[in-house]
Design a protein around this ligand. Structure first.
Ligand code: F6R
Length: 244
């Protein structure tokens, strides 16, 4: 628990910086699993600063984003593809061919193959070294809504109505929020060697408490992280307020 979200973002950025520098020095790539949303904005800002001011070299970094709305064109103002490029990728030296984001433009009959290939690409890259997560008010990680099994993999999912309400402001109304998304699964996330789940603000306090202190359950997929060997919840005071 850190006093404010800015300090939390810096803490996670430093961890990524250390890993990337060590792996660069060994001539190895680093695989990052990335999230969108309001939570990781400060983290991306800090990584951009480290790249520009401190020579953090991301040329060997390979990224896999958690999720994307479906269907949605890449250039849509609400696409996570666009958000990631505007918020992070366009400001650092990650190579475009090392960026992977679930594709909201597929035909329905292409989705299953795409998801299987996505999983294989993660494996071929050596698996995720560091996975960044936020948490939704439904307890979702990625878009693994309540009921997502512990062994779920990258796939098409239906968004929970609470998640669509939370996205409504950005889409100018809930009726414009897609019903579907493509997301990495719970098992895809649990395979990462290290996980940082960030949660900031009092609106995250109740679900953060359940994710950390209630028994692991499909009803709150973030709670499965209790069983991960190296998962860290990075919280500000407000999000930690209900922990016992
Ligand atoms: C985003 C994602 C989601 C968000 C979660 C919290 O790629 O996978 O699980 O992390 O919905 O969103 P914010 O940070 O906007 O509160």
């Amino acid at each position: 628990v850190l006093p404010v979200s800015g300090a939390a973002a810096k803490f996670v950025a430093r961890e990524i910086d250390k890993t990337v520098r060590a792996r660069n020095a060994a001539g190895k790539s680093t695989v990052l699993g990335l999230a969108t949303g309001s939570t990781p904005v400060g983290l991306y800002r800090e990584l951009i600063r480290m790249h520009k001011e401190e020579g953090l070299d991301l040329a060997r970094v390979i990224t896999f984003n958690l999720d994307e709305y479906y269907p949605l064109p890449k250039e849509d103002p609400h696409s996570y593809f666009r958000w990631m490029h505007e918020t992070f990728f366009n400001h650092v030296n990650i190579k475009w061919e090392n960026i992977h984001i679930p594709d909201g433009t597929l035909r329905l009959d292409e989705v299953d193959d795409f998801c299987a290939v996505y999983e294989r690409k993660i494996k071929d890259a050596g698996g995720v070294d560091i996975q960044i997560l936020g948490i939704g008010r439904t307890g979702h990680i990625g878009f693994n809504e309540p009921g997502s099994p512990r062994n779920s993999r990258t796939r098409m999912v239906t968004l929970d109505s609470i998640t669509r309400q939370d996205a409504a402001a950005g889409f100018f109304g809930e009726q414009n929020v897609p019903n579907l998304a493509i997301t990495m699964g719970v098992a895809s996330i649990m395979d990462a060697r290290k996980v940082f789940l960030m949660a900031f603000g009092e609106h995250k306090a109740a679900i953060t408490y359940k994710a950390i202190e209630a028994p692991p359950t499909e009803a709150i997929t973030a709670s499965f992280l209790q069983e991960h060997p190296d998962a860290v919840f990075v919280l500000d005071q407000a999000a930690a307020a209900e922990l016992t």
